[in-house]
Design a protein. Structure first.
Lengths: 147, 331, 121
């Protein structure tokens, strides 16, 4: 079998991920986390927190929860079922910061945790910030803020 | 090319021992392993050092079985999956045995037995040589994949690096389980780029080695009681059959250590086990006792390795495979 | 109120399903999907779709990483209005500061109090 033929054969026979099952799990876990966030947001507002502050508190709360579950070793087990359901909400961002931090503890707090904490989440920060700046430049030019 | 080397003096595997972690002990071969640690830490604070300790424990147990002291071993060949083989050098340091570190990815056991057998048959000053190979799931995940607590899903073709190791003591005695032939593998690259399908990357090398070995020795698969690959897993094993069928070779006696190490349904290893320790532990705990007990008379062991690094994968490189062959016979 | 929770649920769930499809059916790795989502959020914010979507689904759009991008876009825009062109550089991270700082601080604390456990099947 030549290489091209082999590559095609490998691709053809490789088992696919159970897409339907994964999507159902992603929907309920992901939706559940967002609904939990919404519920928390109402709770904070009921306690008299202004709207925008409540939104920030929700983010911080979910990140705290994800960090705790990651530390307890539960998050990866949930994520194996939930897939994108835990990855896409801010919980996934938190896990991608917390898990390298935990993992590199033995390499020291500065050169281990400090240097490696963004190894997984770095791209999100970089490209999010970059996209924001590009939008900012276009926006500033369009509305004449450079004048 | 003179590929198959028949040893003028067959080399005996005098003793062997294995040590494994939690998932391996839970697997179908669990009770056969000499040592297991459910914490996967083997008394160490890091998983990297734990991998070294697996080799340390296995070699100690093998020495104990043979009734030997480490001072009676003249040379040690060892390898693992960590950068610069640091698990082997760290874990086996305290024995003080002259040491040669090996890297052949998951095929390192084959390299080790190959090198040890040739050393013993060539250098009469050597009387006993040890071979140790190890792998550790958590150390491999950290080095090759993602942080341990990262929440992700593995693809169905992915394999599970075994937390396992084996130690083998070789000498020139003439009775018992003997290594009669060895063959080094060729590096074969069939363009597989998916690190989550290493079985596919290694299957062509295994097929090439088996076909070459059978052709050069003028033997057929039926001449062996078992043809055992290292860690092709279920995906790679199926591809191996397809590749061999193209040459009209059918293996009715094929086993794969990676496919044997975990339960297919009860354990979620996906395509099976892998790692240098996988074939070493399965050989030591399962196949050697079968050979010693007479259930098998002659077998081919073909440890398989996927040659890659995190950088080579990130740079879009393809994964080459390698598969040395060791022929074991009972005389 | 219950309607808002329900809207957050199904909109957020759909964002996750789309990501799951991208991961399972294309060659995109999870990291790339997340980058795509953040950039998508900035884009939705820039073209004025993010805000109405947020008014409808609340946490259903702000909790997924799209919300991170949406917040960056809004932060940049508002900073430009208050501080001028320097807002291009200051607005994004200011808007993303709660999430980033929380993740960093809790991540560091987690590293102090916990350690990684071996993976299990």
């Amino acid at each position: 079998m030549d290489q091209k033929h082999y590559e095609r054969r490998v691709a053809a026979r490789a088992a696919r991920s159970p897409v339907f099952k994964n999507c159902i799990a992603a929907f309920f876990f992901g939706g559940g986390i967002c609904a939990l966030g919404q519920g928390l947001s109402f709770l904070y507002r009921a306690l008299g927190v202004p709207h925008r502050t409540a939104a920030a508190l929700v983010t911080a709360s979910l990140i705290f929860l994800a960090a705790l579950l990651t530390g307890l070793g539960v998050f990866d087990k949930l994520a194996r079922i939930a897939g994108a359901g835990t990855l896409v909400p801010v919980t996934g961002f938190a896990n991608s910061v917390v898990s390298p931090a935990l993992d590199t503890k033995n390499e020291g707090l500065v050169l281990g945790v400090g240097a490696k904490i963004f190894t997984v989440a770095g791209p999100v920060l970089l490209f999010g910030t970059l996209a924001g700046c590009i939008y900012g430049v276009i926006y500033a030019v369009f509305y004449g803020f450079f004048l | 090319m003179n590929r198959v080397l028949r040893l003028q003096v067959p080399i005996r595997i005098a003793a062997a021992a294995s040590a494994v972690g939690y998932e391996e002990f839970r697997g179908p071969l669990g009770e056969k392993f000499d040592f297991h640690d459910d914490s996967d830490r083997f008394g160490e604070s890091t998983f990297e050092r734990a991998e070294g300790e697996i080799g340390h424990i296995a070699l100690n147990l093998a020495l104990k079985k043979a009734g030997l002291s480490h001072t009676e071993i003249d040379l040690l060949f060892a390898g693992d999956l960590q950068n610069q083989c640091v698990a082997s050098s760290g874990g086996l340091l305290s024995f003080g045995i002259p040491y040669i570190g090996l890297y052949g990815a998951c095929s390192t056991l084959g390299e080790g037995l190959f090198s040890a057998a040739l050393a013993l048959s060539g250098a009469t000053a050597l009387s006993r040589v040890a071979v140790v190979t190890t792998s550790h799931n958590s150390a491999a995940e950290r080095q090759f994949r993602l942080p341990l607590e990262y929440g992700g899903q593995r693809t169905p073709t992915a394999q599970w690096t075994a937390t396992a190791g084996g130690a083998f003591l070789l000498d020139r005695e003439k009775q018992g389980v003997l290594i009669t032939h060895v063959m080094a593998g060729r590096i074969l690259d069939y363009g597989i780029r998916d690190p989550a399908n290493m079985g596919a990357a290694m299957a062509p090398a295994a097929a090439d080695s088996i076909l070459t070995y059978l052709e050069k020795t003028r033997t057929a698969p039926e001449d062996y009681d078992a043809i055992v690959t290292g860690d092709l897993g279920r995906e790679g094993s199926a591809l191996l059959s397809e590749l061999l069928l193209k040459h009209s070779v059918r293996l009715n006696n094929h086993s794969d250590c990676g496919s044997m190490l975990y339960y297919e349904k009860k354990q979620d290893s996906h395509a099976g086990g892998s790692g240098c320790g996988c074939s070493a532990a399965v050989l030591a705990a399962h196949f050697l006792p079968l050979l010693q007990g007479g259930a098998l008379r002659r077998m081919l062991l073909i440890p398989t390795g996927a040659l890659m690094s995190p950088s080579s994968i990130a740079q879009g490189g393809s994964i080459a495979g390698i598969a040395p062959v060791v022929c074991l016979e009972v005389l | 109120m219950l309607v808002d929770v329900l809207n957050a649920f199904w909109v957020g769930g759909l964002f996750c399903v789309l990501a799951q499809l991208l991961i399972d059916l294309t060659k995109l790795t999870p990291a790339r999907v997340l980058v795509f989502y953040v950039v998508l959020g900035v884009f939705l914010g820039a073209v004025g779709v993010y805000e109405p979507l947020y008014d409808f689904a609340g946490c259903g759009v702000s909790v997924p990483l799209v919300g991170f991008g949406g917040a960056i876009a809004r932060g940049v825009r508002e900073a430009i209005h208050t501080d001028g062109a320097i807002g291009i550089l200051s607005g994004g991270l200011t808007a993303a500061s709660v999430g980033t700082t929380a993740a960093l601080v809790f991540g560091y604390l987690a590293a102090i109090f916990f350690k990684s456990k071996p993976k299990r099947m």
